[in-house]
Design a protein around this ligand. Structure first.
Ligand code: KG4
Ligand code: ZN
Length: 336
């Protein structure tokens, strides 16, 4: 089958065409129009500007995806679109565009949950991956530990109580003068420093599998402000190394706890934009080696928001019989 995936939940307008034959995906096209430059001067995503930029891009990005794939609308078996969670105005652009395209051309429509989409990026990069497995989804908007029961059914067992992991990376990077989104730059800078500074853990000290990234973020800000007031020289590389190791350590602590509770799971999959973080990938891979578990993470091009992951998740939803119609609405919150 051939499926078109459309993604517009945050600041990337993306479309991709996949084929799925005999249990194997082939990515025929994967087009991403990022709005990073537009939002950079505000230091973060401005929702209304994001929606307008999606409106301008969604049609041409979709047609570019079809053209690159060499696939006509009549060849499509389904159109998949992110309907939740995300910025409501941004989501509505993709949802309404996909609904119109599907209705006008008589193509079945499937709604996709963005978190499931991030997890599904792993099926593209690790073709042998089969549920059940444990997933850590970390992005600019989400931080979740989830049990993936099957391709269409996930159960969130842990999450953040405040900032998402990527959001806290971006905020720490911003106060160190790095342009938005600074996660990748912070990842790089951390290699030049030593984790000599002590910041509070982002793993909540209780029996839950929850995180709090706002405490560590505030501690970094206070450290930087305090040093400035005292006229002390700050080694930004050490701050980056200390912050990154605190964030990564929290992920390891809570994943260990999740694995203790779920001894039946033998694979850990990373997902989301922060899954591109090399320190995090290395730490989780080591954890898996230590526990004799399989580890997988998407290729970097499928870590951040993209249409291929939505088409992959949409394929499984479609094959399980899920369909959407013109009554489909977007939701900012977690939804099916
Ligand atoms: O998945 P994504 O594209 O968007 C959301 O769904 O939120 O994730 C974007 C996030 C940003 O916060 C960005 O700074 C972060 O992923 N990110 C990284 C790295 N590359 C991207 N964070 C840490 N290290 C990286 N290498
Ligand atoms: Zn995302």
């Amino acid at each position: 089958m051939k499926i078109l995936g459309i993604e517009s939940s945050c600041d990337e307008t993306a479309a991709s065409v996949l084929s799925y034959e005999n249990g194997a995906f082939a990515v025929l096209s994967n087009i991403v129009a990022t709005q990073i430059e537009i939002h950079a001067r505000f230091g973060g995503v401005v929702p209304e500007i994001a929606s307008r930029a999606h409106c301008e891009a969604v049609s041409s990005i979709t047609y570019e995806a079809l053209k690159t794939a060499g696939v006509a609308l009549r060849d499509l078996d389904a159109i998949a679109v992110t309907a939740s969670p995300g910025l409501i105005g941004a989501l509505l652009v993709g949802v309404n565009f996909a609904k119109s395209l599907a209705y006008a051309n008589g193509i079945p429509l499937v709604s996709v949950n963005h978190i499931k989409g991030h997890i599904a990026a792993n099926y593209l990069s690790s073709p042998g991956l089969k549920p059940p497995f444990l997933a850590l989804v970390v992005s600019g908007g989400h931080t979740s530990i989830a049990v993936v029961h099957d391709e269409t059914h996930i159960e969130e067992i842990g999450g953040t109580r405040d900032d998402a992991m990527g959001e806290s990376f971006d905020k720490v990077a911003r106060v160190m003068g790095m342009p938005y989104p600074g996660g990748a730059a912070l990842d790089k800078l951390a290699y030049e420093g030593k984790p000599v500074l002590k910041f509070p853990s982002a793993a909540i000290h209780d029996e839950t599998l929850d995180f709090s990234f706002s405490g560590v973020k505030t501690a970094v800000l206070n450290y930087l402000n305090g040093a400035k007031q005292k006229g002390e020289v700050v080694c930004y590389a050490d701050v980056a190394a200390s912050y990154v190791s605190t964030a990564v350590e929290a992920a390891v602590i809570k994943l260990e706890a999740a694995l203790d509770r779920h001894p039946e799971l033998h694979t850990v999959a990373l997902a989301g934009g922060v899954a591109a973080n090399s320190h995090l990938r290395t730490a989780i891979e080591k954890l898996c080696d230590r526990r004799h578990l399989a580890f997988c993470a998407p290729e970097k091009k499928y870590c951040g928001d993209n249409g291929a992951m939505i088409a992959a998740a949409g394929t499984f939803e479609f094959l399980s019989g899920k369909r959407a119609d013109t009554s489909l609405n977007a939701s900012a919150f977690y939804g099916e």
